[in-house]
Design a protein around this ligand. Structure first.
Ligand code: VNL
Length: 393
């Protein structure tokens, strides 16, 4: 090292720097370890986020605060033990400045201890259980929280003459968050709720939908993780719930833009509350959707893609603010309070909680020019995660 510095000072410095090439270059790189489920049942989430990260870097040139962002993509297949091992390897062997991705709640939680011990920021681009940001002071989230999306659904249902709701949710963090936040708010407003929870792995919705059908509710409130909606909706039709006139409501994961076409017309009329629709009417979103589709063979971006895109932007803005300092504490400090215009609308990284503050939109699934969309018709502006907001009071 000492010899190299000496030589670099000399006349041969330039050519030697060129010869050293990658070694010299590496010091000017900020490596981002991107851990996603690229295979397995949640591969659609990995695919969407990976594509959005690539798009952001292709559009913005990859150099921020003098550091070139280098992505190291790893497939955790949706297995939490693998996520933990990959996070450790990325920190120890690759010396990444940031860990990012995290397709599901157990995967985000599996990396939290690694982030804390290594003092490396963990940018959560998908997982959405409210408590995740409390698992490490290095976690910053650009996706959403289920209570943030589900409470507004209770308000809408109460105002729209829905009195009896049956909830069906996937039985793990985000599903329990969706059920609890919706039910508490809906019951407080005078509604009645009956609830069932469906396993995360290999779900068979039929017995749960049978119970829902027998309960004769005004509406069925559903949370299933992104990518599972088509499976759910198929069984919803097979059980005849659409014909029985049961209204479908919930956070927007079940009518995910990515799979809406494969769900088909049965989704028409569903009312959902969520932070992103591919149909969001803004110039920023139109540009994002056009570029994303062009780069990905016509694939629609969904709410996972937008969170991956914004997650990269948060990392880039933080590097600019620190002038390329990749110290974990400096990066997290720079991320706190960032406010940006996203394709979904305005977003803010809450400086107190490191969680995202954003608009929640009420949408109706409709057919427009032969294509299905979740069309936004009302906005609840800049919603904070209500679970953490309640704890503060
Ligand atoms: C989670 C939440 C995953 C919402 C999702 O799709 C989703 C999670 C994979 O926190 O595990 O749509």
């Amino acid at each position: 090292m000492a010899i190299r510095r000496q030589v670099l000072k000399g006349a041969l410095g330039l050519s030697l720097a060129a010869a050293l090439g990658s070694a010299a270059f590496a010091q000017d790189a900020a490596k981002v370890g991107l851990i996603l489920p690229m295979t397995g049942p949640f591969a659609s989430t990995g695919k969407q986020i990976d594509a959005a990260v690539k798009l952001f870097l292709a559009q913005n040139g990859a150099v921020f605060g003098g550091k070139k962002i280098e992505i190291i993509l790893k497939d955790d297949t949706g297995n939490a033990d693998t996520t933990r091992r990959l996070a450790q390897e990325l920190v120890v062997n690759d010396k990444v400045a940031v860990l990012a991705g995290f397709g599901l709640t157990p995967l985000a939680l599996a990396a939290a201890q690694v982030a804390t011990q290594a003092k490396v920021p963990e940018v959560v681009m998908a997982a959405a259980t409210a408590t995740i940001t409390e698992a490490s002071p290095y976690i910053v989230r650009t996706s959403f929280t289920l209570p943030q999306a589900s409470e507004p659904m209770a308000d809408w249902a109460l105002k729209n003459n829905i009195k009896k709701v049956f909830t069906v949710v996937t039985d793990y963090g985000p599903g329990i968050d969706a059920e609890t936040s919706f039910a508490n708010k809906f019951k407080a407003g005078g509604g009645t709720v009956e609830s069932v929870r469906v396993p995360l792995r290999n779900p068979d919705f039929a017995p749960f939908l049978q119970r829902a059908s027998e309960a004769k509710p005004d509406a069925l409130f559903v949370f299933v993780p992104s990518g599972i909606g088509a499976q759910f909706m198929k069984q919803f039709v097979e059980r005849g719930l659409d014909k029985a006139g049961v209204k479908l409501i919930g956070p927007g994961d079940v009518v995910d833009d990515d799979i809406l076409e494969s769900i088909g017309d049965v989704a028409i009329g569903a009312i959902t509350t969520h932070h992103y629709s591919v149909a969001h009417d803004s110039a920023a979103n139109k540009a994002f959707v056009t570029a994303f589709k062009a780069a990905n063979g016509g694939m629609r971006p969904n709410f996972m893609a937008v969170a991956g895109y914004d997650g990269m932007r948060v990392i880039a803005e933080a590097l600019k603010k620190t002038n390329g300092n990749t110290d974990g504490d400096a990066l997290v400090a720079a991320m706190k309070g960032l406010s940006l215009e996203s394709p979904r609308g305005p977003i803010l990284i809450d400086p107190d909680t490191r969680d995202i503050v954003q608009n929640i939109y009420v949408r109706k699934t409709e057919k427009k020019d032969g294509e299905l969309f979740n069309v936004e018709f009302a906005i609840i502006p800049m919603v904070k995660d209500p679970v953490k907001a309640a704890k503060k009071q």
